[in-house]
Design a protein around this ligand. Structure first.
Ligand SMILES: [Mg+2]
Length: 184
């Protein structure tokens, strides 16, 4: 069976991080306005410590919604492929709060994708070391390393990457889980 590496944030579920940033700042940013991968860059540096505590007091996945068709397509694919959900959990500016982030991620996956064994959850920042034939991620640099098929899932921060750039890196852009289903 071929193996698929599937990212979690902005590929399986989305929206939680921006909701918390908006709550913290008292703003109403929409994802269309965000160009940076790290949404927390909207927060002034001098408030990072306060933001870390705030984030740690919340569960970002309580504010996430699952992307359309994820459940159905992943369940189907799980019969023909080994699926590995591969997600980073180290909190960039507040590493000390990462353990809770990992716990929240585990629980979300465990509850929402019951057909994937928790043994197939991989928590790591360096996805280049993951040896899977197929990789799906919304962050281009996470598609580095060897893989036969590399799919960039369209997200708020990667829309400006050109087709040419993707071609050079042997990456195909996908806009939905239905497209993924067709390709695989
Ligand atoms: Mg992601």
């Amino acid at each position: 069976m071929k193996k698929i590496m599937v990212d979690m944030d902005d590929v399986i579920c989305e929206g939680g991080f921006l909701a918390l940033v908006n709550e913290f700042l008292g703003t109403n940013y929409q994802k269309e306005e965000i160009k940076t991968y790290y949404i927390q860059d909207l927060i002034p540096k001098e408030r990072y410590a306060e933001w870390g505590e705030f984030f740690n007091s919340k569960n970002v996945y309580d504010h996430c919604k699952m992307l359309k068709d994820v459940y159905e397509v992943l369940e189907k694919l799980s019969k023909q492929y080994e699926i590995y959900i591969t997600t980073a959990y180290i909190f960039r500016d507040n590493e000390e709060y990462s353990a809770k982030n990992l716990k929240n991620k585990f629980e979300y996956l465990y509850e929402n994708l019951p057909f994937i064994s928790p043994e197939n959850f991989i928590f790591t920042t360096n996805k280049e070391i993951i040896d899977c034939e197929i990789k799906i991620d919304d962050k281009l640099s996470n598609l580095k390393g060897k893989a036969e098929t590399k799919l960039l899932f369209t997200a708020y921060h990667n829309k400006e990457i050109t087709e040419e750039e993707l071609k050079q890196q042997h990456v195909i852009r996908v806009n939905s889980w239905k497209e993924i289903e067709q390709i695989l």
